[in-house]
Design a protein around this ligand. Structure first.
Ligand SMILES: [Zn+2]
Length: 534
């Protein structure tokens, strides 16, 4: 499932950055006293505090931008997109202008010695953004932005008509612009590294190849066995049964209760493509979808987005209004949504907890046993569509996109060749050949919006979730904890190990600190074997 927290993060020319100087400077001492955890999040260096204070208006612009985007996807009248687009673009320009004014102060602060981890993290993030704005000429940014806006409109039409030739010139232009962007940013090794780094700091094709190689062959083995055994059905009658939206809403609210989502700093609304957005640590919102049938899609959109929201909500409060007050990367963010959606949400124990709500709200579901529901939630079916994919086939879809993007950016393949290459790779990896381009190369919004270098983070999210799943079981009897509905214990554990740090550490540093290794796919594979082959 898509998540707008990542999409908006990617669409904005810079990741959400924030700094709260008012709080930092005036309440510093008071909050130091109330701090209970050993880790010190406070800014103490005068140059950093000064910089954070000047960061206030940028943080506010970022927050307002998120609110405008949230409104655009939920309540804005359909005909109002033009002025909204104009406003958002103007705010982004303003933000960039204010950012650039921090260049000298950032260099000055970087010369300080004895910085603590959050101060170092703060400067690292500022530096990354300034670096981007410095290296990318405004003309290139503008071209990318315009091509994305126009391209997205054309892509919608092309997908509707399943006609790649309409979208082809825009994709050609975007690939050319992204190749320029990679050259301007600079890279070691593959030019694609420069683009992936924007979404997952420090990620290289080397890292991804090392994950995808074993993942592909091992997943293939598991999938073949599962399909042969038929224990996880390819189809389930519940997929076709229509539900009442209001009744489904009550199930989703029960799921939020199970996850103990806070009532005063969190809310859920409806949108076509579910997403999470954060205006601040104290204002995090998700959306879910109601398509009228196959109720698991609605339920698991809710749980997935809640996973993103929990990460944002559990960042240490002292980091709010600073650029550290967000997840550290798209991959790590996705690890949280996937952890809640799949590892927790699709477990037998969670099914047990949500079953009473299903029985009372969805009368048709009452006819099925807990075991039936569990198998419906975990059906396995190779399909041409990524967003419909299950745990076993999902990563193959990502590998297809990764291979294609790598070739396009290296100039090893023409855009004109991409639709056939897509079909060939799908056949090779997923075992399904799409009949047309709507179900093939035109299915995702990412390329039209210029998000090239993004897809791998979805799979890395699964991989990192596997690492958390393995690690948490050393401290918690996870199955029992979920069975008892004590999900707050899981949340507390994640807060302690990951959430509270926000973006203090880069994704690789964070994994090294937590696991002593980064992007190791074996833990995900262990989990999948245990679940599907036991
Ligand atoms: Zn997500």
């Amino acid at each position: 499932m898509e998540s707008r927290i990542e999409l908006s993060f990617a669409l904005a020319s810079a990741p959400p950055l924030a700094a709260n100087s008012k709080v930092l400077s005036t309440q510093n001492a008071a909050r130091l006293n109330t701090k209970t955890m050993a880790f010190d999040f406070m800014f103490q260096n005068p140059a950093v505090i000064d910089l954070a204070e000047r960061y206030n208006p940028i943080w506010a612009l970022e927050s307002v931008g998120s609110l405008l985007e949230w409104d655009m996807e939920t309540y804005m009248p359909l005909g109002s997109s033009k002025p909204r687009g104009f406003t958002i673009a103007q705010m982004q320009l303003l933000k960039q202008e204010r950012m650039m004014q921090l260049t000298d102060l950032t260099s000055k602060a970087e010369k300080s010695t004895n910085l603590n981890d959050s101060e170092t993290g703060f400067l690292r993030l500022l530096k990354r953004e300034l670096d981007y704005y410095t290296k990318i000429p405004p003309k290139l940014l503008e071209d990318i932005s315009r091509t994305a806006t126009e391209g997205t409109v054309v892509w919608r039409e092309a997908r509707k008509k399943s006609d790649f030739s309409l979208f082809k010139p825009y994709l050609e232009k975007m690939v050319a612009l992204k190749r320029q962007e990679a050259e301007k940013l600079g890279y070691q090794g593959h030019p694609y590294n420069a683009l992936m780094d924007r979404f997952e700091e420090g990620l290289t094709t080397n890292d991804v190849d090392k994950v995808f190689l074993p993942l592909r062959s091992e997943l293939n083995g598991i999938l073949t066995k599962v399909l042969k055994a038929g224990s996880f059905p390819e189809h389930h009658p519940l997929e076709e049964i229509r539900y009442d939206d209001e009744a489904m809403k009550r199930v989703n609210v029960d799921a939020l209760r199970l996850l103990q989502m806070p009532e005063n700093t969190f809310r859920m609304d409806i949108s076509t493509h579910p997403f999470t957005t954060s205006m601040s640590i104290e204002d995090v919102r998700i959306t879910t979808r109601y398509e009228g049938k196959d109720f698991k899609a609605s339920l698991y959109s809710t749980v997935h987005e809640s996973g993103h929201a929990i990460y944002e909500l559990q960042i240490d409060p002292s980091l709010d209004y600073t650029p550290l007050a967000r997840g550290t990367s798209l991959g790590v963010h996705e690890s949280q949504s996937r952890f809640w959606e799949n590892f927790i949400g699709r477990s037998r124990e969670f099914v047990k907890r949500i079953y009473p709500s299903l029985k009372s709200n969805l009368p048709f579901a009452a006819k099925y046993s807990e075991d039936d529901i569990y198998r419906y939630f975990n059906s396995v079916k190779p399909s041409p569509i990524r967003v419909d994919a299950d745990e076993l086939t999902y990563n193959f879809h990502i590998m297809v996109r990764y291979e294609l993007e790598k070739k396009l950016i290296a100039g090893e393949m023409e855009v004109a060749e991409a639709p056939e290459e897509w079909k060939d790779l799908m056949e090779k990896y997923v075992g399904v050949r799409p009949d047309n381009d709507a179900d093939g190369i035109l299915q995702d919004v990412h390329w039209s919006g210029g998000m090239i270098g993004y897809f791998a983070t979805y799979s890395l999210g699964n991989v990192i979730a596997g690492m958390f799943y393995n690690r948490i079981q050393k401290d918690l009897d996870l199955r029992n904890t979920v069975a008892k509905g004590e999900l707050v214990k899981v949340k507390e554990w994640l807060k302690e190990k990951l959430h509270r740090y926000g973006a203090t550490y880069s994704p690789k540093d964070l994994q090294q600190r937590t696991f002593g290794e980064a992007y190791n796919p074996q833990w995900l594979l262990n989990y999948l074997r245990e679940k599907y082959l036991a």
